[in-house]
Design a protein around this ligand. Structure first.
Ligand code: ASP
Length: 443
């Protein structure tokens, strides 16, 4: 087969939570012969309040490690898979050997990563059987280094070679192996990363990420009623929005496809005809009516403000301040500064244990006129590639916030003019978000 138009498709946990969902997934895959490489997650929640199999597996490992009786939990996990197998009309004993193996490994004191990875492994086996696709165990094609970090080069080389020999295959998400052949997982939600890696190695023309929402929304639906979906977004805009808390895709999933310039399409398994969100490197498409692409906010930041006369001419002042933070392993988010003031914004939880220590060290090193820490800050980002071209966007953002009666404490416009970030009292994040949404998109 000429692999010109190959697609890699990843299905999230809710898309594969039970047999009914598996059937929808198979229908989606079969409806387009280019959907050649499939990356499944573990079974997710079937209904509100249900358990995700990955969470059950972590508890299973915890119980085994503490020497507690885990037989009931083991049986519950097994039941989740048996229901899927039976619902799909497959042989009941299909996973017998795998479950026997997992039990043996548990008795041997296996790792949490191994146990958690079985969620994807088992789902991958079922899906490949059901589709009639090859099964490629992720441990043979996704590699981690000894220090636990992802081994991009080895993975890409090996995976490329293997995929060339397989026309259609299922590769479970979330895990791989290290040089000692031990199973290692990505962080939670990591099947998105596997999908992206497979898309790159297979030179896919598109990476489809199927989930339970119809793409990214312009604002958090818990804050804004029925926000509009985003049709097209660039990798960089997405990075800004997801960093600020917009979830759907794992933060790190963008990197492998970005290297290869492969677009990502977010689609809804439960509503396959909905348009979804297309993520691309560059686009000329700008929704001229809206100017902005999205709004996202995050609470729980603190600001350390340092004032000192003639700070502007003191050589190495900033380096001194940041050096102290770095020494404690703290990362900062923003550095708004004035002539004789410097502020460092960082997430409050990082400061928790070091507050006094840091103030003392900063005082000693910089002998400031004044130093303070203010908590309870929220950062609100207004993101949009269209903002560069449009005059008055900043005025509209600030105007809307002022009209809502919210005080702006900090302003930061990235030099790319891709975003405007404001710092406000965290109790007013919702109000400010709604005001900006209403200003740009409408009530
Ligand atoms: N099953 C894993 C998790 O729950 C990975 C994934 O779904 O992407 O985090």
């Amino acid at each position: 087969m000429k692999k010109d138009h190959v697609k890699t498709v990843k299905f999230g946990g809710s898309s594969l939570a039970n047999a009914e969902q598996f059937k929808k997934v198979a229908e989606i895959i079969k409806s387009d012969p280019n959907r050649a490489y499939v990356v499944p997650s573990a079974p997710g929640k079937r209904f509100k309040g249900d358990d995700k199999v990955t969470d059950m597996l972590y508890s299973l490992h915890g119980k085994a490690e503490n020497g507690e009786d885990y037989s009931e939990l083991f049986a519950q996990i097994r039941k989740r898979y048996d229901e899927i197998i039976e619902g799909l009309g497959m042989m009941r004993d299909f996973l017998d050997e795998d479950f026997a193996q997992i039990e043996a490994e548990l008795k041997n004191g296996t790792s949490a990563d191994y146990v958690a990875s079985r969620g994807e492994y088992l789902n991958g086996k079922i899906l490949s059987e059901y589709l009639g696709f090859d099964f490629i165990d992720a441990k043979d094609v996704i590699f981690f280094k000894k220090d636990g970090s992802f081994d991009e080069y080895k993975t890409n080389a090996v995976l490329k070679g293997v995929l060339k020999t397989r026309e259609k295959a299922v590769i479970p998400g979330f895990y791989g192996s290290d040089p000692d052949d031990r199973i290692v997982t990505f962080s939670r939600g990591g099947s998105d990363i596997t999908g992206s890696i497979v898309a790159r190695a297979s030179d896919s023309e598109l990476y489809e990420n199927w989930t339970d929402v119809s793409g990214f929304l312009m604002a958090d639906p818990r804050i804004v009623d029925d926000p509009k979906p985003i049709k097209v977004i660039t990798y960089r805009e997405l990075r800004e929005l997801s960093y600020m808390g917009a979830t759907v895709l794992h933060e790190e999933a963008i990197f492998p496809v970005r290297v290869a310039g492969i677009p990502v399409m977010i689609k809804n398994t439960n509503d396959p005809n909905a348009e979804g969100t297309l993520i691309v490197a560059k686009t000329d498409y700008i929704d001229t009516k809206n100017v902005i692409t999205g709004i996202a906010g995050k609470k729980n930041f603190s600001v350390i403000t340092i004032e000192k006369d003639l700070m502007n001419s003191a050589v190495g002042f900033g380096a001194e301040v940041l050096g102290i933070l770095a020494k404690h392993g703290l990362v900062f988010e923003h550095l708004p500064s004035g002539i004789d003031t410097m502020s460092v914004i960082l997430s409050s939880h990082q400061l928790e244990n070091y507050r006094d220590e840091i103030v003392n060290e900063l005082c000693k090193a910089t002998e400031p006129d004044c130093i303070s820490i203010e908590d309870g800050l929220a950062l609100l980002a207004v993101v949009g590639r269209g903002m560069v071209r449009e005059r008055g966007t900043a005025a509209r953002v600030f105007g809307a916030i002022a009209k809502a009666g919210v005080n702006i404490k900090m302003i930061d416009q990235g030099s790319s003019e891709l975003n405007i970030i404001v710092g406000i009292d965290e109790n007013e994040l919702e109000k400010a978000t709604r005001a900006i949404y209403a200003e740009f998109i409408g009530e």
